[in-house]
Write a protein that binds this ligand. Sequence first.
Ligand SMILES: [Zn+2]
Length: 430
Amino acid sequence: MSKKKILTNLNLFKGDGDELINDATIMIDNNMICYSGPSSDFNASSNDIEIYDLKGKTVIPGMTESHAHISYTNNGPLELDKTPVEEAMIKTVDNARIMLGSGFTSAISFGSIHRIDVFLRDAINSGRIPGPRLLAGGRDISAIGGNADTYPDYAKPQTEGLAMITDGPWEIRKAVRTLWKNGVDVVKVMIDGELISLQGRPGDLGYKDEEVEALVDEAHRKKMKVACHARSAAAVKQAVKSGIDFIGHANYIDDEALELLIENKDKIFVGPGIAWEIAFLENAEKMGYSQESREVNAYREEVEATIVSYKRMKKEGIRILVGGDYGLDIAPHGTYAKDLEHYVNLFGFSNAEALHAATRFGGQAMDSEGSLGTLEEGKLADLVVIDGNPLEDITILQDHDRIEGVMKDGLMYKGLVNNKNPYLTNSEKF
Ligand SMILES: [Zn+2]
């Protein structure tokens, strides 16, 4: 039997509201929170207790990376599956440790190279390696010429780890069944294109409605979730009407798309995946695109449109998640918390609202039964110990030296990112 753990002398952002409770205590029994609130109201009544004195540090709920590509190996955006699968698997183990160490205790995959996510999830769940709770993705389902089939045939690189190119309702159902057979939790589908692609832009819908409807029907029949890449208003409308669960990007929203999102706001989650677009604009010249190039102009306009769209969606109470296509050279693993800074700076979120996107709403997206996302009693014990107050400065979440500890499922980890020997960290005292 494991001991009860008490974390005390901390400032608590419980996540069910905006406030910080000063001088708070959390008690954890096994992997569940059994008390969280002011220390003055807390009475310990057991001898079998392990106490962590957090010396005034801040505790927030574990965050969710809701557009995760743990198997991406920091390649360029047009060579996502360039790394051989053997090497990618090993790097993915590192990425999972880095993600957990960055304060992200959960991750919703938006696509995995080969079957890496499934094996990764199982290794994490069995305790062999540290990593976030993971809804495992599979290869991206895309139409011919869709966003995962981004090169014309004459220019195609010799990689085949990421895309499942499939057309027609029955072929698509077969692809979904194949993913299910291989243990996937989330099916990722490309609804429209990408500005940087050699073909297929935002607004170019790869599939007819009946194809996407078949995909979602088959996935839901198999109790899998569906995530999509949908940038244009037309793509968002197709996604919402088809019953897709997680809409990635949604950069261009018109009145009709917004209306549909509002009608479905109890079922749907949206996230911009904005970090790499900002990084693209910051690094364009290094990547070989001049400031006057079509791509730079187009992404600049897309970011402007995204700002307008997300302000509108936020106002209507659409649940916006944190998660940003990290795992690219320009937006590498470990920098996930940059999203929260972008939400504050670009979309007008308060620091508390950015935290809610990362914690409460991320938890709801991970588990609709409500076991995750806040530090209320009865929830699973996933939390982050921070040196400093993110309600005052949201950027401190990006500093791995200030992530003092991460608890997942009642187990405390320290130094997962920076420590030279991260496997010696379970339950290490503060
Ligand atoms: Zn993505």
